[in-house]
Design a protein around this ligand. Structure first.
Ligand SMILES: Cc1ncc(COP(=O)(O)O)c(C=O)c1O
Length: 437
């Protein structure tokens, strides 16, 4: 029989509920703290999302309008069996990857962007403000706002804004206003911008700018990671993957994904973690990070989510909300804190982590192998998931174990070729034969 490469779901198999792991956690989730900041949240955030943040329901219906937006964005997305990669590695492991790279803007971030925009529109918001690091979240929100006819303002970490010109242009095509952060547009940004107009910025500064801009009564602030409701919206990834494993009669021994603030890892892994916590399944979970910002190796304590201390404090693994981190091409993994839900699970010993070297050569070489065998070009962040999955598959080769490895390829790298070039020196392999225009 021919090998099965792609496991698909029909459109009517799209999940109709999101999974909220909070009631199933091994201990209660420590609440956010900070009276002043908590009081301001209802004026800044999208009302239904703020309610979902504190929900104790295990399952939350995905509104029909969001389901339609998911279908328009091409969900459900296939699960692939990596036969070609397995053969080249010579591993007895069975490797499966989820294809979030099929998203219209290039990453999983659209799953929560579409939900948040839907609720914002329902509750009369006219503009969403946000921050972005790698640019994937900013693009996803720009796209989602375009789908719903809302305005969008994006504050983008300057160091990345400068080199990702194509992504900047794409946000602009979707109609968003995009500013390098720190910007002179907000008080918090101006204070830093005035001392250094070339300030490279950080995600936590850009969050402060997005929050400040949301003080406009017609605007609301939208966050693309870390928070409980964001991870819950992203659970659509793992829920689809569970159905796909059922279809082929297989089940993962290992669930692997990259982690910055936690929305990608959480969306893919938490439905499986639910199986572990409520059904006695045994799975090893690994979060892949960069040594540039290995937040899961930080301290587990209360800290702010932003530089300007406008957010409540969250109990999380953190490297410090005003810390600075060396730039990397997988910029979406460069954030000081990890989602409270994932932090709690890490603290409870449920999640392992690995941090790859900052020069990214090791990780990008594995992405190149994936590209050559499976044919898809991963986003730099997704390259970390791939590197970790390959490492585990090679361990299986050593130990002769036929484990099942599931990993999420959270985005495509079509707009990140500059990063690939820089790390792998691609231009040296194919020198130009004439000057560029
Ligand atoms: C393609 C891609 N994958 C993964 C991530 C990490 O997501 P999170 O920060 O929510 O963990 C990002 C973040 O920007 C991303 O752009």
């Amino acid at each position: 029989m021919a090998e099965v490469h792609q496991i698909r779901l029909a459109t009517d198999e799209l999940p109709t509920r999101w999974y909220n792991i909070i009631p199933d956690l091994p201990e209660p989730l420590p609440p956010p703290i900070g009276d002043k900041q908590l009081q301001e949240l209802p004026n800044l955030m999208i009302g239904p999302c703020l309610q979902q943040e504190f929900s104790q329901d295990s399952w939350i219906d995905i509104p029909a309008g969001v389901q339609e937006l998911y279908l328009r964005a091409g969900r459900p997305r296939p699960l692939f069996r990596a036969h070609a990669l397995e053969k080249v590695l010579g591993t007895p492991a069975r490797m499966y990857y989820k294809s979030e790279f099929y998203s219209p803007t290039g990453s999983h971030k659209v799953n929560t962007a579409l939900a948040q925009v839907y609720y914002a529109k329902e509750t009369g918001t006219e503009r969403l403000t946000t921050e972005t690091g790698a640019g994937q979240w900013g693009t996803a929100l720009s796209y989602a706002c375009a789908m719903a006819g809302l305005k969008c303002t994006v504050y983008w970490v300057r160091a990345v804004y400068r080199w990702k010109k194509s992504r900047r242009n794409l946000m602009n095509l979707y109609g968003a206003e995009v500013y390098a952060s720190p910007s002179p547009k907000t008080q918090v940004g101006k204070a830093l911008y005035d001392t250094d107009p070339n300030h490279p910025g950080s995600l936590s500064i850009a969050i402060s700018e997005g929050l400040e801009a949301a003080r406009d009564p017609k605007a609301a602030y939208s966050l693309g990671s870390v928070l409980n409701h964001v991870l819950m919206h992203q659970s659509v990834i793992g829920l689809e993957t569970q159905k796909q494993f059922e279809k082929v009669g297989d089940y993962p021994d290992m669930v692997i994904s990259c982690l910055g603030g936690g929305s990608n890892f959480g969306g893919f892994a938490l439905p499986f973690m639910g199986d572990v916590l409520t059904k006695g399944k045994k799975i090893k979970f690994i979060a892949a990070q960069s040594q540039s910002a290995p937040n899961l190796q930080g301290e587990y304590k209360y800290d702010y989510a932003d530089h300007g201390e406008m957010t409540p404090q969250l109990k999380m693994y953190t490297l410090g909300h005003q810390a600075t981190f060396p730039p990397i091409m997988g910029d979406g993994l460069r954030y000081h804190g990890c989602s409270p839900i994932i932090s709690l699970l890490r603290n409870a010993g449920r999640i392992d982590t690995i941090a790859y070297p900052q020069d990214e050569k090791y990780v990008f070489e594995r992405a190149e192998l994936f590209c050559r065998t499976e044919g898809f070009l991963p986003a730099p962040e997704s390259a970390y998931s791939i590197a970790c999955a390959i490492d585990e598959a090679l361990k299986c080769k050593e130990s002769k174990e036929d484990k099942v490895i599931a990993f999420n390829v959270s985005g495509h790298g079509f707009m990140d070729m500059v990063g690939y070039d820089e790390v792998l020196k691609l231009s040296d392999r194919t020198p130009l034969d004439e000057p560029t225009r």
